[in-house]
Design a protein around this ligand. Sequence first.
Ligand SMILES: Cc1cc2nc3c(=O)[nH]c(=O)nc-3n(C[C@H](O)[C@H](O)[C@H](O)COP(=O)(O)O)c2cc1C
Length: 199
Amino acid sequence: MHLTIDQLPRNLRGTIWACLIAPRPIALISTQDSSGIPNIAPYNSFSGLANNPPMLGISFSRREDEEKTTLTNIKETGVFVINLVPRFLADIMNKSAENSGKVDDFDRLGLTRAEASTITCPRIVESPASMECRLINSMLLSPSRCDFVVAQIVGVTIRDEFYTAEHGFDPQAADLLASIGPEDYISLNGEALHLPKTW
Ligand SMILES: Cc1cc2nc3c(=O)[nH]c(=O)nc-3n(C[C@H](O)[C@H](O)[C@H](O)COP(=O)(O)O)c2cc1C
């Protein structure tokens, strides 16, 4: 089978990359707007870009030509937290993808907040590890019309049970979740999950 991207059947457009580039870790991003209202949403087009100092990139598609709240908040405040997602947070992560408007997502999702250590932004206490990030740059990705954000990790909080003196963090012990399709996931301990889109 050979597929030419600009001749793809309609049902595969926008989904084939989600199965070809898999597994993808899930960033549950907590931000706040300039008035302090917190927002939480999942993003899996995220990847490590450099290791010392650590840098990462995330891409944001548009919602009916409007910027997503997470991106707007990152541009407004210059900071955000990436909270890693374990298997037990799968349903909450999926629910967090609903476009909830200007509400406190910690209250909406029943998650516990704590202030990040190195930036002014809330982190999710239930997450096994949270990365505190400062925006370095954002750019438009042509021709996809996505925004790509480059950030530097300036602090990390790791729950004691997942901290290792050798490498710092044990992702398998944390049973992290990864995307392997538009609605399909796998946990690092081998469990497959199907979570229908709610957004
Ligand atoms: C597992 C998962 C991964 C997602 N990854 C992305 C992504 O990488 N980029 C994106 O623009 N939207 C992604 N989304 C969709 C956003 O989470 C969704 O549009 C959400 O409403 C954005 O919320 P916000 O406007 O509060 O930031 C993802 C959704 C899920 C469930």
